[in-house]
Design a protein around this ligand. Structure first.
Ligand code: ZN
Ligand code: ZN
Length: 378
């Protein structure tokens, strides 16, 4: 075995960390190195798997005790640390916070099967990028998908006639004996030749070569409710790959991505934007046009508006998922100081300056001018 990193080290916890600390440490890593967030990044993928493996052991009291006593040597048996192990922990972790429709199984509930049933197909995962406008109203997107579907020629049966599987003698399981650190270990796995059914097809369907499933391309409409957020996902039961030998279908997970919007930054249900206003408008009041998700609207600027004032456009944000509150659009106004002045502009501003600097007795307007010089001197 190549040198493996310590499981506690991988998760960044101490040996006396409790189950909650271990879970939360893993959750952080799983989110950070999730393949969805790091497409094509081998290193992230490895880190993700490594964390899943560590969590698989440290979250299980028996395995943890074994690991604490024997280290990695105690783990190299019984097929530990495989992807499947990691994935089921991953499901467990993610079902608690990601699923849009909350609660219940989240990922792959119903994955389990009896010892003799044909395996369920794999889950499929797709990314769906949505604009803020899509998110504001909810949207139906049509997606194209390649997956294993039921073979129509044999209706998923794989062929006609049945006979007892020669490999497992109808048991549906095969036993393998392995030598390990602890002596001989017997592994029982589903029979690879009959997929655990204990039976094989006599006359194989030619279209699916007895698998009962074929590759298909489908177009599915996916309804996204308003108010979804980055990283949330929908689970479409039974829309994943169909399992071989008449096994059920996996699920389709639709992971939400938010497209970047140049104009707004999302903060929960609120949107934040910026607008420049001429300093004359700031002083005298007026109105400017600002973008919203529904097009430009007029924003009133009160006289005497200061730079960095946050103006609120009520209800122009995003809805909460599943109704309820509606966010607002906040526009931070920035006072635009002119950088190039024409002769006439300079003349007018100098006149204004002279007026502000003149003593009040000589008819200078008292309002803004005095305050300004005060704040300058004190
Ligand atoms: Zn077929
Ligand atoms: Zn078999």
């Amino acid at each position: 075995m190549a040198t493996k990193r310590d499981y506690y080290e991988i998760l960044g916890v101490t040996k006396d960390a409790d189950a909650t600390a271990i879970k939360s440490a893993y959750k952080k890593l799983a989110v950070k190195y999730h393949p969805d967030k790091n497409p094509g990044n081998k290193e992230a993928e490895e880190k993700f798997k490594e964390a899943a493996e560590a969590y698989g052991v440290l979250s299980d009291a028996t395995k943890k005790a074994q690991y604490d006593r024997f280290g990695h040597a105690g783990m190299n048996q019984g097929g530990m640390g495989g992807g499947a192990q990691g994935f089921s922990n991953f499901e467990d972790i993610f079902s608690s916070f990601g699923d849009i429709f909350g609660g219940g199984g989240g990922f792959g509930g119903g994955r389990s099967r009896g010892p003799s049933g044909p395996p369920r197909g794999q889950d499929l995962q797709i990314q769906l990028t949505l604009t803020l406008k899509d998110i504001a109203h909810g949207v139906t997107k049509k997606i194209q998908l390649k997956r294993f579907g039921r073979c129509k020629t044999c209706d998923g049966a794989g062929g006609t006639g049945k006979e007892t599987c020669g490999t497992c003698k109808g048991q549906g399981q095969v036993r393998r004996t392995q030598n390990s650190f602890f002596g001989q270990v017997v592994n029982v796995t589903a029979c690879p030749d009959c997929g655990g059914t204990g039976q094989q097809i006599k006359v194989r369907c030619k279209d699916c070569n007895g698998q009962g499933r074929v590759q298909e391309e489908v177009t599915l409409p996916i309804e996204i409710p308003a108010g979804v957020e980055e990283g949330q996902y929908l689970t479409l039961r039974g829309e994943g790959h169909r399992g071989p030998h008449g096994g059920g279908a996996g699920d389709l997970l639709v992971v939400i991505h938010e497209a970047r919007d140049e104009r707004f930054e999302r903060r929960g249900v609120d949107l934040h934007g910026k607008a420049d206003i001429p300093f004359t408008t700031a002083a005298l009041g007026g109105s400017i046009r600002v973008p919203t998700l529904e097009g430009d609207v007029e924003l009133k600027i009160p006289a005497g508006t200061q730079s960095d004032t946050l103006m609120r456009l009520r209800g122009k944000g995003l809805p909460e998922l599943h109704g309820g509150a509606h966010g607002h659009l906040y526009v931070k106004v920035h006072i635009d100081t002119p950088q190039k002045l024409g002769a006439r502009e300079t003349e007018l501003l100098k006149e204004l300056q002279a007026l502000w600097e003149a003593p009040a007795s000589k008819g200078g307007k008292e309002s803004g001018s005095k305050d300004k010089s005060k704040s300058f001197f004190f």
